[in-house]
Ligand binder design. Sequence first.
Ligand SMILES: [Ca+2]
Length: 219
Amino acid sequence: FYIILNFLSIVFFFGPMMYYCFADLSGKMFIFPQPTNTAQVMLTTSIQNFSAFTVCFRSFTDLRRVHSFFSLATPSVFNEIRILKEGNNVEVAGQGYKLNTWQSICTTWDSASGLVQLWLDGKPSSRKFISSGSNISGPIVIVLGQDQDSFGGGFDAAQSFVGMMSDVYMWDYVLSPCEIQRYMDERNFPTGNVLNWGALEFVTMGRVLIENKQSLYCK
Ligand SMILES: [Ca+2]
């Protein structure tokens, strides 16, 4: 195995372009530099049963086509959670999605009400019904950068994400609007108990790079 970079991580070499990591990714980002049906980040989590969730991340892209940020599948349901940007047709419309800008995207759902809501840069969408009454139960596979059409696979380059992603967190409950606002502001929000960017367990496959986020504040 390899030890890479200057943060704590032990990297096991599985085969060509496939790495297992456990790392604090604070200040870092994943770069998906080209459209493929292979490049992905698979996330591992100990919690495998959800009656609610919040997923937050920041992304930067210039894609106008459909692209999948976050895909959670179980063996029976491949689209348990699917956060993607559609061309002109969004199921839950975030207002003012911008190109070439870092944006914070949070999605919440709970089984009791069945309502889903999207927060784009702290601005909420209309709350809409998706499904209620049953939990998401594992085993689950979470993939960044691709849309799963089968359990852990079935990727389509035309739906792949090309750009940068950072600050990926997931909770097994619905964050309050103020907590989502604090996530957006990068201050004092609850640590993700399902996925935590500060202690992320993941496998990268294909051409996915980890680099420092670029600062635009020059001294
Ligand atoms: Ca698909």
